[in-house]
Design a protein around this ligand. Structure first.
Ligand SMILES: Cc1cc2nc3c(=O)[nH]c(=O)nc-3n(C[C@H](O)[C@H](O)[C@H](O)COP(=O)(O)OP(=O)(O)OC[C@H]3O[C@@H](n4cnc5c(N)ncnc54)[C@H](O)[C@@H]3O)c2cc1C
Length: 381
């Protein structure tokens, strides 16, 4: 059973998604336009500060509260949900978890209010699954400054008008035979830091995703996030938590498919009956509901362990694997139930279909989740 505060939060975000996001997001999506107005309202509601302590301007809640908000937003739209997920889980949380007192005081109040967005630059054109193997970006200390050179690919929230900082993972030396990886905070607008134009994407069309390049980009030595050489451990922890958030977002999309389908099958008729009278359709929706229910339990369980301070790597990987599967399967089935209208962008299920696939790729592909689960079982390397 959820506590009263969680239930209240869920209701508030559900109403916001239905009343504020749903009527306008389809147009933003068609225009591939970032929804500044919606993001500003989400900031005013405190959503960007949900798991951030009050002393840094946050709501003083926890990560599960963020997950509930993501689920409710994604029931209606995933571009808005991923903007929140990346801003908090990848933008603010690494600074909260690993930053110095000065870094937290400087960045967190602006990130928690939604006035500024943060991003996390890990993936590179040469590889996202095998991060150490594919990483080419370097940062070298020179005269009290880090000099960064390299390219990052597919970075969410990195080029909006309100993006303020990107945490960049870079090779800062050698640790035996392995690269030493550190994370460095690079403010937007730093000379030598170039943000490319937005990618043309299959889905998440109203979210901001860019390639970033660094050429002799200099930032103060103090912009190192946490300790030198801890970058690998930092992003492993960030991604474990992020997977629970992406699982919640996936459950939201899968639930949105059920919501839309239940409504539609009562209205649409074929062969003299509402199509919801046909058992083939009922069974499809029953399977969709079963998937979303079990996926929700999986992310609740992972979040519960995370908040209790218990190991949750395997549970987070399982939650992400099953919920992204549920989102893909439900999006396919909902589109089928809508027939030709399901293939039209004016209906939310068309958007759900386009938005579902990335859930099996971002923040660790499904294959990577299986690798993590197998490793936790003592199998493989
Ligand atoms: C819209 C979008 C937003 C994103 N946002 C961010 C962001 O904000 N920050 C960020 O750092 N990254 C971001 N990413 C990057 C994302 O996390 C990566 O795309 C993802 O981790 C996969 O990496 P890759 O694309 O390099 O694929 P690759 O690593 O090249 O993988 C290609 C294929 O090979 C498979 N594969 C790889 N290794 C193995 C193996 N050992 N066994 C079996 N199969 C394997 C993979 O599962 C995949 O199917 C984003 C991506 C997208 C598309």
């Amino acid at each position: 059973m959820l506590g009263d505060e969680y239930i209240e939060l869920r209701k508030t975000v559900e109403a916001f998604a239905r009343e504020v996001v749903a009527p306008v997001i389809g147009d933003y999506y068609e225009r591939c336009e970032f929804p500044y107005d919606i993001v500003r309202k989400m900031g005013a509601m405190g959503l960007f500060g949900l798991p951030v302590p009050e002393e840094y301007g946050g709501m003083g809640g926890d990560y599960f509260a963020l997950c509930l908000a993501l689920e409710e937003l994604a029931r209606v739209d995933s571009s808005v949900a991923i903007t929140l997920e990346a801003a908090v889980s990848l933008g603010a949380m690494p600074i909260l978890r690993f930053g110095t007192a000065e870094q937290k005081e400087h960045w967190l109040p602006k990130l928690a209010s939604g006035e500024m967005l943060g991003a996390f630059g890990l993936t590179e054109p040469g590889g996202g699954s095998d991060v150490p193997g594919g990483m080419r970006t370097t940062a070298v200390l020179d005269g009290g400054e880090w000099v960064i050179d390299g390219t990052k690919a597919f970075i969410t929230n990195s080029g909006t008008d309100i993006t303020g900082v990107v945490a960049v993972a870079a090779i800062t030396g050698k640790n035996g035979a392995k690269p030493e990886i550190s994370t460095i905070l690079v403010p937007s607008g730093t000379p030598g830091f170039t943000v490319s134009k937005k990618y043309s994407k299959v889905g998440w069309s109203a979210s901001d995703t860019r390639e970033l390049s660094f050429s002799g980009c200099r930032v103060p030595e103090e912009n190192l996030l946490g300790e030198r050489g801890r970058g690998y451990a930092q992003f492993l922890q960030t991604l474990d938590e992020g997977r629970v958030a992406i699982a919640a977002l996936s459950v939201g999309l899968a639930q949105g498919c059920v919501d839309e389908s239940v409504r539609y099958v009562g209205e649409r008729t074929a062969f003299g009956n509402a199509i919801g009278r046909y058992q083939a359709i009922q069974f499809k929706i029953a399977d969709m509901e079963a998937r979303v229910h079990t996926a929700r339990l999986a992310y609740y369980h992972a979040a519960e362990r995370m908040l209790a301070g218990l190991p949750f790597k395997k549970e987070a990987a399982i939650a992400k694997l099953v919920s992204s599967n549920a989102a893909m399967d439900n999006a396919r089935d909902a589109t089928q139930i809508f027939g030709g209208y399901g293939f039209m962008n004016e209906f939310p299920v068309g958007r759900f279909y386009r938005d579902a696939k990335i859930l099996e790729i971002g923040e660790g592909t499904s294959e990577v989740q299986r690798m993590l689960i197998a490793r936790e079982l003592g199998l493989g390397a």
